[in-house]
Ligand binder design. Sequence first.
Ligand code: IPM
Ligand code: MG
Length: 372
Amino acid sequence: MSKFKIAWLPGDGVGIEVLEAAKIVLDKSGIDAEYIHGDIGWEFWCKEGDAFPERTVNLLKNVDAAMFGAITSKPVKAAAAELVPALQNKGLIYRSPIVRMRQMFDLYTCLRPCKGYEGNKLNYKDNIDLVVFRENTEGMYSGVEFGPVPKELSDLLTKISKPFAPFKDIAPDQFAISCKINTRKGSERIIRAAFEFARKFNRKKVTVVHKSNVVRATDGLFLETAKEVAKDFPEIKMDDANIDAITMWLLKNPHNYDVLVAPNLFGDIISDLCAQMVGGLGFGCSGNIGEKLAVFEPTHGSAPKYAGQYKVNPIATILSAKMMLAWLGEKEKAEKLEKAVAEIIKEGKVGTYDMGGTNTTLEVAEAIADKL
Ligand code: IPM
Ligand code: MG
């Protein structure tokens, strides 16, 4: 029996290709693992009305960790139009499987390290080393949404919401509501995770991202909770910034920042920005981490226009696999893998098109594996 059981969830588009690349380096890393395929993605939505079938949910209950590729999510209207007739009119609503997975398994930490490896021509500036902690289960992604809005909700809102209450004169299909829900517990655990990380890895500062000057209730709660948590970490500096301002400041001086912690949607936004500063989404790795399970994935999506061409950069996924090794306790193997990636980047001889190279996804993976 293998030491670890790992669910293998390629999904759609280039997700399949980058996971194939990750497998090449994991096999070479020497990790003693069994990989179990799980069905997930657009194909299963079209065939079964569920992009994240029950059998895959059950698989995730019985593994140590998972690697996930990417999934194609289409706009709601396109989704309905493409449904097989048998599934139409059943009131099925497409919800992103990865978002569901994060909530279902309470993978509350989305950890996205953004490190500019030496010699990467795509680095925005030298020596960028940012770590984003994104809340991964609530906030704008709570999934509590109404469109059309039920009459009882619109009546209630008209009654109780003072500053903005135009609901009573609008037809239910002429407006929509998406609820941003932040809990104290949800805020506290992600902020604590960011501070614990800063303590463990000797980081100097945690920056709390929010918009509490306008979104007072939810972001106010997030910021207030951060100030409480920070008291337990007196050796680590805490500051905070509005989401709009931080995008500007991060670009202006990324070296002023270290660890960032943000509610779900703001974390989504700044993690793309930070990834771009260290070479783009081809380098953006990520871990969705809970108490029992962790699912590792590249930050990029399924890139349908590149699907099947084996041209996208596998480094984001390979660095995600490195994060998985570290999370499983295989520290030496993780370090060795990161070193191999860093060497390939520094040498600059092998690279995909985004890196100015001509190699395929799998050739880059093989070059990394050769160094292990
Ligand atoms: C990410 C992605 C996802 C998200 C999408 C694919 C649902 O953008 O992981 O950052 O919004 O969380
Ligand atoms: Mg994103």
